[in-house]
Design a protein around this ligand. Structure first.
Ligand SMILES: Nc1ncnc2c1ncn2[C@@H]1O[C@H](COP(=O)(O)OP(=O)(O)OP(=O)(O)O)[C@@H](O)[C@H]1O
Length: 253
């Protein structure tokens, strides 16, 4: 469980997040949505302990994040940033092996168990056939899948993904989202595709650094909310084959 209490963040006196309070249950997938610049990446970086809040705290399984060492945080939290990159001299597999770093010590060096975890992570994102490829030769989508594999190899309790479906073709978009939902870890995913957000357990809506709403997607992503937050007209349509809800958008005339 993650508890966010009264969390604010500012840069040079400019407030970017305002007194945010929310909880994410263990195993839950929370979609984070909001227009460009609404604070999604900033919130993810605060949850990963990369930024210091101006006020408030994040608790991870009841322990304040700011009392944990970087290594202890890295054993529990994996973040895939929007513009993540990796040193170009690595192979695909070596990039995923980096995910094991927080778990290695002089007393517990690299072992076969780490090899198995890395192989499993590569297979999960269907990149096992590219394992020996130099990073520089990989496409944007292949790199994105490896960043996600690196995060999975970290075996975190909390997985933070900033627009993970960017760069991915539709098949890999669906498989990554399905994978994240099926993992037993707690996940917070910033998403721009609101239909993808419909598949999350709950959705949090950020607008101008404030948490406007949080709850089940169908309760939160209402036409009124989408008009106020994104400035678009939205209609929800029901798929006759399975009864699922899809959103369609149009500009406000
Ligand atoms: N270091 C910084 N200095 C000044 N402003 C910043 C800094 N970091 C972020 N911001 C501003 O904070 C706001 C929130 O940024 P953030 O990247 O969190 O938004 P976002 O919701 O992730 O946006 P997007 O959907 O475009 O990725 C933006 O207006 C951004 O310009």
């Amino acid at each position: 469980m993650i508890t966010v209490q009264n969390l604010s963040y500012a840069v040079k006196g400019k407030p970017l997040l305002h007194a945010l309070t929310m909880q994410v249950a263990r195993g839950e997938t929370l979609g984070l949505i909001g227009p460009n610049g609404s604070g999604k990446s900033t919130l993810l970086r605060l949850l990963a302990g990369l930024l210091r809040p101006a006020t408030g705290r994040v608790h991870l399984q009841g322990r304040p994040l700011d009392t944990l060492t970087r290594r202890a945080i890295a054993q529990q939290v994996a973040l895939v940033e929007q513009h993540a990159d990796t040193a170009e001299k690595l192979t695909a597999r070596q990039a995923v092996e980096l995910g094991r770093t927080p778990w290695l010590t002089a007393l517990s060096p690299w072992s076969e168990a780490d090899d198995s975890i890395v192989s499993a992570a590569l297979a999960t994102v269907a990149m096992q056939d590219h394992a020996t490829r130099p990073w520089a030769t990989l496409s944007g989508g292949e790199r994105q899948r490896l960043h996600i594999a690196r995060a999975l190899a970290q075996r975190p309790e909390l997985l933070l993904l900033d627009e993970p479906t960017n760069h991915l073709d539709i098949r890999h978009q669906l498989s990554i989202l399905r994978l994240v939902s099926s993992l037993p870890v707690t996940s917070v995913i910033a998403l721009h595709d609101l239909n993808q957000a419909m598949g999350c357990d709950r959705v949090a809506v950020l607008h101008q650094g404030r948490l406007l709403a949080i709850g089940p997607p169908a309760d939160v992503l209402t036409p009124a909310c989408l008009r106020d937050v994104f400035g678009v007209m939205a209609r929800s349509l029901t798929d006759p084959t399975d009864g699922s809800t899809h959103l369609r958008f149009a500009p406000i005339a």
